[in-house]
Design a protein around this ligand. Sequence first.
Ligand SMILES: [Zn+2]
Length: 261
Amino acid sequence: MPEILEVETARALLGERALDREITKVYAPDSWFLKRGLTPRTVRAALQGQSFTHARRRGKLILVDLSSGAVLGLHLGMSGRVLVDDEAAGDPLLYASNKADPAWHRFGVTFADGGTMYLRDPRRLGAVELDPDEDRLGPDAFDLTLAQLRAICAKSRAPIKAVLMDQSRIAGLGNLLTDEALWRAGIDPARIASTLDADDITTLHRAIRTTLRVLGRRGGSHTGDHMPARFPGGLCPRDGTPFERRTVGGRTTYSCPLHQH
Ligand SMILES: [Zn+2]
């Protein structure tokens, strides 16, 4: 599932390859994929004759500015990929098997130069919207400050994992990145957020930054040190203790009962 690192790779591809090319055709065969009142007709009217001027991101939402001043919002959902001129962002080997199936193209544009941009999504859980409300999302995880994390934790009685994954509080962290960051920080995912003290929050803030930097460099949210032990009977890579498997914040969670508390 795409988390912030995969979405950032897709954003970077759009930023490098899809800007300043006039849009001549809009491909919107699946009206279910268009959200918040958008229709094939209105999205066509909004995009044709325009070009993309910037590709931004807030959490897992890609924001593509149009020359008209409108903003196209792209959600990758559980399995979405961005293709520009048939090239996908990220590791081509991971996706080679399903790369070429046009049945999974849920949305796209053709540029005046003949090139294309498509959102390919086998599971159809992504979405396209126009002028998304960016303020419904919290600060982007890459930009999260220590003071923001402290304020977010202080007022929450929910488990810390649920708080980190709540996109309205912090935008971009999903299940794998959250489990990795909490494992690195030595904090129990089920711990009530408001019980974290100043040292815990400083450690957690550093662990989130390290997780994003290290896993981003390695190639994605599935490359964590915690990842190889995410199965029943998996052993903590740090101390060899069998991982505990629970549901926290509605998601399957693996953590170490020895060093996470
Ligand atoms: Zn451990």
